[in-house]
Design a protein around this ligand. Structure first.
Ligand SMILES: Nc1ncnc2c1ncn2[C@@H]1O[C@H](COP(=O)(O)OP(=O)(O)OP(=O)(O)O)[C@@H](O)[C@H]1O
Ligand SMILES: [Mg+2]
Length: 317
């Protein structure tokens, strides 16, 4: 009996020790977990800050193009308004004459005489045609400017409010519009069916596509400078592979050295001359796609240039 009791005490002591140890470990684990959560929070905030600052940088490069785009319609709006100001006196003369006649201040004979002398001075046919043109041009110019501004605002919209289900094709079209100026010398083909829906932040995905497009354009520009190609081409194909979409951006640029491929997603990795690339473009794309449970990879094409492949899960409808 005594032996049993001793064994029991021994076993209890061992159990108490284990329980104590377990308790200690659990509280350590808990503290570690709290610490990890804090770190994750900080990291998430830092990533948001990087994405936001890259967005501002992208906005910076876009601004030059946008300024140019707005300058064109603005130039013809100004020119048309000047012509309109010039016509204003002639139009006023006709209108005042009519008002005076209708109020009985001018007789019919005076009206005919004054109209004849006005007609000799003013080419009314040209005036009528010009006025129609001016109205059309001004409407078109204002429409163009508001479209550019709408595109920019869509892009700059704060990330939080922008979680949605949207079409890949729509984002691709929107991206080409934003980059219209940069893509003028590029033949673009977008092969994307309608209603391929993905889920997430539209402005972030737009930013990812912008960075990929800009890289492709730079690679093509370099190939042109080196005389490798005459014309820049970019083909975007969207393939449906079951539960996800593969978006392939194929360019005919200079290509990429095989040993550089593994580094392209590292922050600040750039092969561009100092001051030309921050090397943050693909790092940000990587972050955005990871947030969307997607991925990205680059590979050289057999016929030259690079294909940047983006994988994104389909939206759960
Ligand atoms: N389509 C492409 N063709 C050839 N090389 C590419 C292509 N896309 C990316 N690269 C290579 O990957 C590197 C990193 O790209 P990333 O977009 O991160 O930075 P960057 O373009 O150099 O600078 P930033 O985008 O910040 O202006 C580029 O410097 C280039 O060497
Ligand atoms: Mg880049």
């Amino acid at each position: 009996m005594q032996n049993y009791y001793k064994a029991y005490l021994r076993e209890k002591a061992a159990r108490d020790e284990v329980e104590l140890l377990l308790e200690e470990k659990t509280s350590k684990l808990y503290a570690l977990n709290v610490e990890l959560e804090k770190k994750l929070n900080i990291l998430q905030q830092q990533q948001l800050a990087v994405v936001q600052s890259e967005k501002m940088a992208t906005l910076g490069t876009l601004s030059a193009g946008v300024a140019h785009e707005i300058n064109n319609p603005l130039a013809y709006l100004t020119c048309n308004l000047e012509t309109l100001a010039h016509y204003k006196d002639d139009i006023n003369s006709y209108l005042s004459l009519m008002v005076n006649f209708s109020e009985g201040e001018v007789t019919e004979q005076q009206l005919i005489a004054q109209l004849t002398s006005l007609n000799e001075k003013v080419d009314t046919q040209e005036l009528i045609e010009d006025l129609a043109d001016i109205a059309n041009d001004c409407q078109e110019g204002c429409g163009r400017i508001s479209e550019i501004i709408k595109n920019l605002l869509d892009f700059a919209k704060p990330k939080q409010s922008d979680e949605a289900i949207f079409e890949i094709g729509e984002v691709l079209q929107h991206t080409t519009k934003l980059l219209e100026n940069k893509l003028k010398q590029v033949t673009i083909n977008i092969l994307c069916a309608d209603e391929l829906m993905i889920n997430g932040s539209k402005s972030s995905i737009t930013q990812a596509f912008i960075n990929i497009f800009v890289n492709a354009v730079h690679a093509c520009d370099e190939a042109k400078e080196k005389g490798i190609i005459d014309h820049s081409k970019l083909t975007v194909t969207v393939e449906d592979s079951g539960h996800e979409y593969a978006i392939l951006f194929k360019d005919n640029g200079v290509g990429i050295p095989e040993n550089a491929i593994e580094h392209v997603f590292e922050p600040f990795y750039s092969t561009k001359p100092l001051g030309e690339g921050t090397g943050m473009g693909l790092a940000v794309v990587y972050g955005i796609l990871t947030n969307h449970h997607g991925s990205i990879s680059l590979s050289n094409n057999a016929d030259g240039g690079v294909t940047t492949q983006v994988i994104l899960p389909k939206a759960k409808l």
